[in-house]
Design a protein around this ligand. Sequence first.
Ligand code: PFF
Length: 351
Amino acid sequence: MDQKSQHMEHERGSWGSNFGFLMAAVGSAVGLGNIWGFPYKMGRYGGFAFLIVYLLLVIFVGAVVMLGELTIGRKTGLGAVGAYGAFSKKHRWVGYIGVASAFFLLTFYNVLGGLVMRYMTGFLLELMGVDGFSGQEMSFWNYILHDYGSIVFFNILFVVCNIVIVMGGIQSGIEKFTTVAMPALFFMLLFVIIYIATLPGAGEGFIYMFRPNWEPLSTASGFFEVVRVAAGQMFFSLSLGMGAMITYGSYLDKKEDLQKNAIIIPACDTLIAIMAGMAVMPACAAYGVDYASGPGLLFSSMQQVFINMGEFGSFVGFMFYFLVFIAAVTSSISLLEVVCTYRIDAAIDKG
Ligand code: PFF
């Protein structure tokens, strides 16, 4: 479709191609939830058993809800509020809840995104010959609870990155950015996995993830705990329930195959989550970090890897956090887009 007919079809913009849409939707799904959230939850809630429950939930619940959200968005051509409102004015509140959740989620997501930028900057400074910033001592909780200066500074920086990209619009902002960033993330992760797999003791991490062990599901309370955490993680990781997929679907051309997209997005998302697990779990095993350490797990295990890597550590550390940062931004812009599309629809009197 040429530029002109595209503009005539949607005055609110649209994706340039299905690949561009896919990369943006995968970009939304793949984020801190996969790289930071998935490994620490799997580490804390049962390893292999958690992985299996998670996979079942993605297949039987996630992909179905994903298709539902994309369909609602594409059919109505509107963001969350407008889309639910198009079915019945009485349903608009569902959309408002989505917009509010997206907004509140952004506030926490941005802090975490800022932390990733802090680690990235630390390694960059180290690369430039300024020592002492890659910070082995800078643990997750140290940052969150004590390092107010960095939190505020990097939080603002992260928010500015979001705003700049979203202001670029759908095609030249979000789509251009994610089409390069997502494949780059995949290859970086692959490199890190292969490197960590060669470390002595790393094999235990793979065993923890992949050797069948149903023990964590053997009691009723254990079972419900795993299902509860895995379900929350699944919705979060697939960007469901807040209108993000409705919003992205609303910019999608009528001729694209939704069913195919609703399978590819969860498949890519799950692949990256498993790959993040395959980097973090073996790193924990190799450096004696407790799998069940909780929210700081990604940082405590990967810091060990980069700091002990020798000469290239700072470079690989910088690249790794840079790509995690990209993954985080491609997710947070979709949250911001939920809020913006709501306002855009209202402004052009559609929603
Ligand atoms: N799916 C993102 C992640 O895994 O980090 C987070 C997210 C983005 C959740 C967009 C919800 C959403 F609407």
